[in-house]
Each structure stands twice: as C-alpha cells, then as structure tokens.
Design a binder for this molecule. Structure first.
Ligand code: SF4
Length: 335
C-alpha cells in the first residue's frame, strides 16, 4: 500500500516488554521488564485491523523477548497457522527459551505443521563474548541458537541469524562464522534450506526518539572506529563467502570494506534488500502502542557520494551518527 511516498507491508507486534537477556545495545532498554503484556485477544484484534486497513504482508513478532509472552504458543499458533496464506510470520527471538529440549520440540512441530509457504524465524545472536570458553549463561544461549537454527532449517522456514557487531563480540566474529557454517552444513543437508545471515552495526535509534541509545549505552557497545573491527570482519566475510550461507550487510556501507577486501569480493556482498522495505505509517502508532510502525532502516542515509557509486542499489548505507562520530571517516564511491 502507498501512503504518501512510501509503501507499507509489515507490522511489528511488540507483545511484551520482558526479556531474559541483557543486550547493551538494546534501544528498548528503558522499557524492558516494565508494563504489562498486550492480551492475546488484543493481538488478534489488532492483527485483523491492521491487515484490513493496510494489507500487511509480513508480521514481525517481537517484544521484549516474545517467547516469554504468557500466551506465546497460542500466539504462535495464530500467526503461523491461522492467518491468511499470503501473510508471512516472523518470530524475532534471542532463542534462549529453545535451549530446552521440550521447547525446541514444540517449535519444530509448530513450524512443520504450519501451512504457510513462506515463514521466517529470526535469531538474534549478538551477546555471546566467547564460543571457546563460554560462561554457563552463554552455553545456554549457544544451545538455544543451535536448536532454533535446527528447527528453522528442518521446517523449511527462512532462518535468519542476525549478528550485531559490538565491543564484546567483534574479536570472535571468525569463530562465529565457523560455528554457523558448521550448523548450516549439518542441518541443510536434510532440508536444502540454507541459513540466511545478516551482520550489522547496532542501530542508534533516531536522534530525539525515545529509541535513541544514551551515551553510556553507545560507549559500552561501540568500538571507537570501524577500522578496529575490520581485520576480524574480513576473516568473517572470507569464511562466510566460501560457504552456502546467504549473507547480507546492514548499516555497514560496502565501501568501508575497501581497505581490506578486493572490489570483486565486495561486489558479491549485498546490502539488505529488506532495508528499503517500509513499515506502517506513523499515525498507526497512536492507535496501538504495542504495534510499532517504523521505517525499518529509515535512518540509514543516502549521501551525495552514493549517487556516483555503482553499488548504490546494493548498499545498505549507514546511520548518519556513525559518520558524525568519526566511526567511519568517509565514503568512497565505487565504480
Ligand atoms: S559510496 Fe555510498 S553507496 Fe557506495 S558503497 Fe559507500 S555508502 Fe555504499
């Protein structure tokens, strides 16, 4: 649907604000573990409203951590089994819940039973600082990620892993690549359904928004410059590009890879196609506070340099705050 100059196709359902993880970069941190849940009846009612009014094609189930929602499995059954065939459901999860065998089994059964041609499961895998010597908590997280990937690949769901680069994980990016390549090889063999992977810089939110991360959060999350992470990111990309995993970059300008990667390799990496996907219009926000419209990557910018660049259409660009901080010094059009 076109509203003003934008098309809107997705709705995000923030069904709760509880969470069992502590991501330093979370720009919802101020709201976490506060407030009550939306009821399942309201979830359904809001879905029918938004579907009727905006012809939404994708539902993003989020929070908080939605797997902690008290009617989680009923809500999952609703979105994966009872909504129209052309609506793609996507559970966004930190996957900790699915470290439990019984919860994992429930997830596989639900996803396998779902009649949807297109369904997605999106896993945030960002807050682990060691794969070789994980803490007890990290072990649980790693087990959850493995189980959720297994469930997604086996059930022919689009299985997306999102890695947000932070001070805590940038040095283990090559290890993370090995871990994911191994899982993809193991579980894709049964299903021919390759893992999708998105790697990105954290979002700051939009300046002036309640979503803007405060300075303390930014300092705890971000390295001082992008060049510090480049050697590790290069090793990560080299490994992933040799695998069958489908890769996209988000909030990382492709030209920022030029110091470490040859042009022909950069050209094989795309920005995130979804980055240009538009979300529900702002006026919707006032109707239901838990269903958040947002211009998904609306804060990533096109720059004058980009108009001269051959990768203009493939590049996700970057939020202006990164250039303002000198995190990335300049953009170089690629021809
Ligand atoms: S110049 Fe712009 S479009 Fe080209 S790679 Fe850099 S950020 Fe992307």
């Amino acid at each position: 649907m076109k509203v003003g100059n934008n098309f809107y196709t997705s709705a995000i359902f923030n069904c709760n604000y509880s969470c069992n993880d502590v991501c330093k970069f979370c720009f919802n941190a101020k709201n976490l573990n506060k407030g009550s849940e939306i009821s399942l009846e309201d979830v359904k009612e809001n879905y029918y409203y938004v579907k009727g009014k905006y012809n939404v094609k994708k539902i993003i189930i989020s929070g908080g951590e939605p797997s902690l929602y008290s009617s989680f499995w009923e809500m999952m059954d609703f979105f994966y089994n009872q909504t129209e065939a052309d609506v793609v459901p996507s559970l966004n999860t930190n996957s900790i819940k699915f470290s439990s065998k019984s919860e994992y089994k429930h997830l596989v059964e639900l996803l396998k039973k779902s009649p949807k041609k297109k369904k997605q499961i999106s896993i945030s895998f960002s807050t682990v600082s060691s794969l070789k010597k994980p803490s007890q908590r990290e072990k649980q997280k790693i087990a959850g990620v493995e189980n959720t990937i297994k469930a997604g690949l086996k059930s022919m769901s689009r299985t997306l892993v999102v890695i947000i680069i932070t001070k805590d994980n940038y040095k283990i990016l090559p290890e993370i690549a090995d871990f994911l390549i191994n899982l993809n090889a193991r579980y894709t063999a049964e299903s021919d359904n390759n893992l999708c992977l998105q790697i990105r810089n954290p979002y700051f939110g939009k300046r002036g928004d309640s979503n803007w991360m405060d300075q303390k959060q930014i300092n705890a999350t971000l390295n001082s410059t992008f060049s510090e992470i480049l050697p590790y990111l290069k090793q990560f990309l080299d490994k992933i590009l040799k695998s069958e995993i489908r890769l996209s970059l988000n909030n990382i300008p492709l030209c920022a890879l030029l110091p470490v990667m040859p042009l022909n390799k950069i050209k094989r990496i795309s920005g995130n196609k979804e980055s240009v996907e538009r979300r529900l219009p702002i006026d919707y926000q006032s109707l239901f506070s838990r269903i958040k419209p947002r211009l998904y990557m609306g804060d990533n910018q096109y720059y004058p340099e980009c108009k001269k660049c051959n990768l203009y259409k493939n590049c996700s660009k970057i939020q202006p705050a990164y250039l303002e901080r000198g995190y990335i010094k300049n953009l170089t059009p690629i021809n």
